[in-house]
Ligand binder design. Structure first.
Ligand SMILES: *Cc1c(COP(=O)(O)O)cnc(C)c1O
Length: 373
């Protein structure tokens, strides 16, 4: 049995720090937006190389507030991709705007800058590139197009803590960057959590006001706000993880290399590719089977062997809820092709080399069984 994700060993490795942090928060009886959140915000801003970080209660809230702070509202359009987690597209709907999707490019699965400009209309207000699987989108052309048209860039960096684009940290290149600290993420808390990062003090102030009931001052509600505050436990645990971030990411890179080596002889499988611009912060390990191979049969075979894998991601524009945007099959051929062929293999810090070989062995058997079928 190999699970998709196992956080126990990760917790064990930082248990003393985590337990001390939890005890300190409980002892302070300051549970929301206290010293731990302030400390976390400073540490995370430094980590990302930006002026400020604002702690919120999820990556979804971070996206929602970033859109509002950028002035996005009803009647506006926001461009993003259909190959992402549903939250990216849903957050645009929360802000009252319409999501306009552009396809991904076929090698790295991130926004295809060549398709971006054709999607811009007079209503477009913002672009949300998604840094997928720990790898940055191709930001220079995206930023250049945004500047030319006066659009705000909000990076969805929920899968890209510590990842870099040509030496710049993901989240630091657009006006705003959004992160999630959901437990399974590269830097996860042990509950829900998120952050917006920015070097623009005006945007930062707006987000601080919006995350806590639109209060400029206590009981002075200047705008319609939300209860999107970060809690102290998440912040304390986030800080504990961040101290070990380099080590945790190095460990994940090691697991990825084991997979790369073990999969190299398997020509039916394409391994994840690193773009020339990217320093990948391995979040998941996603392979793509060659065309003509039945991905679902392979997944079923792995499941029968007790190996948990995921079809990651399904094309978002084909989800029932998103279909209300009016998109349908055939609209984003690259996304549809990629999403039918990708498999996320078990991937976490504590995965051993032996387990990696067990997964790859099962994959080999599955491919042979699948091809014969
Ligand atoms: C996880 C994730 C989100 C949402 O983060 P939550 O903290 O779960 O709300 C948004 N976008 C992407 C790409 C994600 O992977």
């Amino acid at each position: 049995m190999i699970p998709y994700l196992d956080l126990r060993a990760q917790y064990q490795s930082i248990k003393p720090e985590v337990d001390t942090a939890i005890a300190r928060v409980l002892d302070s009886t300051q549970f929301v937006l206290g010293d731990a959140v302030a400390g976390f915000e400073r540490a995370f801003a430094d980590y990302c190389g930006v002026g400020e970080a604002i702690g919120v209660n999820s990556g979804t809230s971070a996206l929602h507030l970033s859109l509002l702070a950028a002035g996005v509202g009803p009647g506006d359009e926001v461009i993003t991709v259909p190959f992402t987690f549903v939250a990216t597209v849903s957050a645009i709907g929360y802000a009252g705007a319409r999501a306009v999707l552009v396809d991904i490019e076929p090698d790295y699965f991130t926004m295809d800058p060549r398709k971006l400009e054709a999607a811009i209309t007079p209503r477009t207000k913002a672009i949300i590139p998604v840094h997928l699987y720990g790898q940055s989108a191709d930001m220079d052309p995206i930023l250049a197009i945004a500047r030319k048209h006066g659009l705000t860039v909000i990076e969805d960096a929920c899968q890209a803590h510590g990842a870099e684009y040509r030496g710049r940290r993901c989240g630091s290149m657009g006006e705003l960057g959004c992160f999630s600290f959901y437990p399974g993420k590269n830097l996860g808390a042990y509950g829900e959590g998120g952050a917006v990062v920015t070097s623009d003090p005006t945007l930062a102030r707006r987000i601080r006001v919006l995350r806590s009931w639109g209060e400029e001052k206590r009981y002075e509600h200047t705008v319609k706000g939300f209860n999107y505050r970060m809690d102290e436990l998440s912040a304390a645990l986030g800080v504990a993880q961040m101290r070990r971030a380099d080590e945790l990411l190095a460990r994940r890179a090691q697991v990825a290399r084991w997979y790369d080596d073990a999969l190299a002889p398997l020509e039916e499988v394409e391994r994840p590719q690193a773009a020339a611009w990217a320093r990948v912060a391995w979040f998941v390990y996603v392979i793509r089977v060659r065309r003509g191979i039945d991905r679902n049969a392979i997944m079923a075979h792995l499941a029968a062997r007790g190996i948990a894998a995921k079809p990651y991601f399904p094309a978002i524009h084909l989800q029932p809820h998103i279909r209300t945007l009016g998109y349908g099959p055939g609209d984003f051929p690259v996304t549809e092709d990629v999403s039918a062929r990708t498999i996320a293999l078990p991937f976490f810090n504590a995965l051993t080399r032996g387990q990696v070989h067990e997964v790859v062995q099962a994959l080999k058997e599955a491919i042979h069984a699948g091809i014969k079928a």
